[in-house]
Design a binder for this molecule. Sequence first.
Ligand code: NAD
Length: 344
Amino acid sequence: MDIFQDASSLGFGDIHFKFDHATGLRAIIAIHNTHLGPALGGCRCVSYPSTEAAIIDAMRLARGMTYKSAISGLSQGGGKSVLIRPTQIRDREAYFESFGRFVDELGGRYITAVDSGTSVADMDVIARTTKYVACTSAGSAGTDDPSPHTAVGVRRGLEAAVKFKLGQSDLDGIHVAIQGVGHVGYPLASQLHERGVRLTVSDVNKAAVDRCADEFNADVVEPEDIYDVECDVFSPNALGAVINDETLSRLRTKMVGGAANNQLARSRHGDALHKRGILYAPDYVINAGGVIQIATDKSILNEKLSDIYDTLMRIFEQSAKKNEAPHRVADRMVDAILTSPAKT
Ligand code: NAD
């Protein structure tokens, strides 16, 4: 890995590392862009096969946050932190206090929040050593788990896709295949069920799919079989890079839209979806509900979440007009925002 070459190709930014012997903390904070404001992005605490994999994850996710905030009209930049999870965290409070000190050393250029492997309780611990943290149980910037808001945003995005692709104003009778029914996928399934959607779900966690079968009458398929389900919408809510050389030819869907970050293994896979007539809702547009909730006053939150519908409609219309894949249209919109003069 040539870190400076990767930084250059992803348009960074700065990357910070911390190793704390006392707590076993091995942390990376990637700050992609602060043109629109302080870099906001969650703190992920998961295991990685290598330090290199963790750095790449932090960098790609931080870049995604820049794009997500910019396209959502937020005054925030993009960043992300990755904690390489040890086999055992000896003292969780000391571990997250130490991470909070690391965040604090950056003087507010990076604001952390909940992500995979961290919780509101962890954010409360981080808040003991830095004020640059959202999603605490009592904080002013963000007040709780962003996942349900992400689910609302994804549902609004799917409504836009269905309207654009099928000319249908509601979701009644639409068949959605959901990959991953965790913090976002489950409330998404619930909202879709309420609106008359037929659901097929997959998850590596059997209890999670059983719950959807019981509560929403969802059909359940094995994790590896979800790509082959004939449906209107394939909704990735588990992993990145699920649209790739292997899965592309298997998809039997009209639309793709879900919460997972970095759904396209490569940009060319988005072009391939477009070529096959599968409408793709760019991930960082449709899954922005969480960051919108963190950065937005409660009084206008619903309105801001609904903007996802309008933003996607604009992207789909441009995409059709120019015969260009939606992810490329979205990227160009963001590039224009990021190269505009900074607000004073
Ligand atoms: P989560 O960990 O709560 O849920 C993910 C689910 O996917 C789990 O139930 C897990 O068992 C399942 N899963 C893992 N591997 C799978 C596989 N191979 N096939 C099927 N299911 C599998 O995470 P989450 O918070 O619900 O987030 C889901 C995705 O959305 C992640 O990629 C996350 O980065 C992204 N995202 C989340 C938010 C948010 O607000 N939570 C915001 C933006 C993006």
